[in-house]
Design a protein around this ligand. Structure first.
Ligand SMILES: [Zn+2]
Length: 405
C-alpha cells in the first residue's frame, strides 16, 4: 500500500502568490469563508468553494501557512514568520532569499509525515529526495524521479541501487517507465519549486526535461543541500548516504554570510506560547541548533575527543538534557555542543564521562565498565571539553549534578 500522500492541487505560482498575499495582508487568523471570498475576487473566477481552500495546501506543505487547530480542516489559518519572509522575497523578486527560505523548509520540515495540508505517513521526504537525486545524478527527469519514488514507496529497492539503475539507464535504456502512478511523476511541490526558481530546466533528454538545482545557488549551498535528509525514520541513514555524496563534493568556502543571523532569528521564532509542542517543532528546533552549530562546515571537531570528523558523524548534543530545559534555554544556541557518534555522544549522554567545573573531562567512577571500555574512557580523561566556557558552564554544572548523583 502506498503511504506517500502529496498535495494534488494546482501549483500555479500566481495563485500561490495570491494566497500568500491575502494571509500576509491580514497578518492574523483568517476563516476559510473569508479566504474564499478574497481569493475569488483576486483570481476572478468561479470555482467550488473548496477549490479555493485547497489552494492553501501547497503553501501549508512548505510551512508558510499554519492552522489554529491542526486536526480541524475548517480551522482558522494564518501566515507564519517563514511565510511572511517568503512572501516578501517573492514580492521583491529576491531570488536568493526565495531559495534560502525554501532550503530552510527542506532542512526543518517533515514532508512525508503529516505535513500541514496533507496527511501522509511515509518515511520518504519527496522534495529532499529530489535534491539528493540531482546532487548524485547531475540532473533528474520527472519520469526518473517517479520511478525512484515509486520503488522506494513500495519498499522494493535501495536508494543507491536505484541511482545506479537510473545512471545506467541513460545509456542502456533498460527501464520501462510505464505504470508509474501519476502522483509520482507529477509531483506538485517539485513543480512549484521549479516555478519559484529553486530548480531549473537545463535541457531535454528523450523529450523529458532535465531538472537541476538553480545554478546560481548550488555552489553556495552545496554542503547544506548535501546534508538534507531523505528519510524521516532512520537516524543512521546519514552515514550511508552522505559518505557517497561527500566524495563527490569538496569542502567549499561559504558565501552564505547572513547564515548565522538568519538562523538565530528562526530559532527565536519557534512557537512556544502554550507549552505544548509537536514532534515537528522539536525536530525543527534540533535542525536549527544543528545548523547554527555546524554552519556550512563539512567537518568539525568533537568537543570531547577533539577528533576532526565529517559533520555527518557529529551530533548537536544537548549539554543540559532538552527535557530539563526551560523554553529560553531551548532557544539558546549554546545549549548544544558537537559530539561524535564514535562514542563521545553516548559516553556523555549516558554519564560514562563528566565535564567537571574546570571543563576537564573525567571518567565517572560510579559506572561499572569492562577493562576495554575503561581504556577508551581513560584516553578521554584529562582532555578539555572545547565547548566549556562562560556561556555553557551552567549547563555543564546541571549535567554534572545529574550524572554524579
Ligand atoms: Zn568524540
Amino acid at each position: 500500500m502506498s503511504l506517500l500522500v502529496m498535495p494534488k492541487q494546482s501549483a500555479d505560482p500566481d495563485e500561490m502568490y495570491s494566497v500568500l498575499e491575502i494571509y500576509y495582508k491580514i497578518n492574523g487568523w483568517l476563516s476559510n469563508k473569508d479566504l474564499i471570498e478574497k481569493l475569488k475576487l483576486k483570481l476572478q473566477n468561479k470555482l467550488e468553494p473548496q477549490a479555493y481552500t485547497k489552494k492553501t495546501q501547497i503553501p501549508a506543505y512548505f510551512g508558510f501557512i499554519e492552522w489554529e487547530d491542526q486536526k480541524n480542516s475548517q480551522s482558522l489559518r494564518r501566515i507564519t514568520e517563514s511565510g511572511k519572509r517568503f512572501f516578501e522575497s517573492l514580492k521583491n523578486e529576491n531570488k536568493n532569499l526565495v531559495f534560502e527560505e525554501l532550503l530552510f523548509c527542506l532542512e526543518t520540515l517533515t514532508f512525508g509525515k503529516n505535513a500541514l495540508g496533507v496527511s501522509s505517513n511515509s518515511r520518504i521526504e519527496p522534495p529532499q529526495l529530489f535534491v539528493k537525486c540531482i546532487l548524485e545524478l547531475g540532473f533528474i527527469t520527472r519520469k526518473e524521479f517517479g520511478y525512484i519514488l515509486n520503488k522506494l514507496d513500495k519498499d522494493e529497492e535501495n536508494f543507491h541501487f536505484l541511482l545506479k539503475k537510473i545512471y545506467s539507464n541513460r545509456k542502456l535504456k533498460h527501464i520501462n517507465f510505464k505504470n508509474i502512478p501519476n502522483k509520482f511523476t507529477d509531483v506538485k511541490p517539485i513543480t512549484i519549486m521549479l516555478k519559484w526558481g529553486f530548480f531549473e530546466v537545463i535541457g531535454k533528454i528523450d523529450n523529458n526535461e532535465q531538472i537541476t538545482i538553480n545554478k546560481n545557488f548550488i555552489d553556495i549551498y552545496k554542503t547544506r543541500l548535501s546534508a538534507l535528509k531523505i528519510f524521516n525514520d532512520n537516524n543512521n541513514f546519514e552515514n550511508e548516504d552522505l559518505s557517497l555524496i561527500n566524495t563527490l563534493f569538496e569542502n567549499f568556502k561559504s558565501l552564505d554570510k547572513s547564515f548565522e543571523k538568519n538562523y538565530q532569528t528562526r530559532l527565536q521564532e519557534l512557537q512556544t506560547t502554550d507549552g505544548k509542542e509537536t514532534k515537528s517543532q522539536s525536530r525543527k528546533e534540533q535542525s536549527i541548533l544543528r545548523a547554527i552549530l555546524f554552519k556550512n562546515k563539512s567537518e568539525d571537531k568533537c568537543a570531547i575527543c577533539h577528533i576532526l570528523l565529517p559533520t555527518d558523524l557529529l551530533v548537536a548534543a544537548h549539554i543540559k538534557p532538552r527535557h530539563k530545559c526551560s523554553l529560553t534555554e531551548r532557544k539558546n544556541s549554546h545549549i548544544v555542543m558537537p559530539t561524535c557518534k564514535l562514542g563521545c555522544d553516548d559516553f556523555f549522554e549516558k554519564g560514562y564521562i563528566i565535564v567537571n567545573n574546570n571543563g576537564v573531562i573525567i571518567k565517572n567512577e560510579k559506572m561499572n565498565v569492562s577493562k576495554q571500555l575503561n581504556l577508551i574512557l581513560k584516553n578521554l580523561e584529562g582532555k578539555i571539553c572545547t565547548h566549556f566556557n562562560t556561556k555553557t558552564d551552567i549547563f555543564f554544572k546541571y549535567r554534572q549534578k545529574m550524572t554524579s548523583l
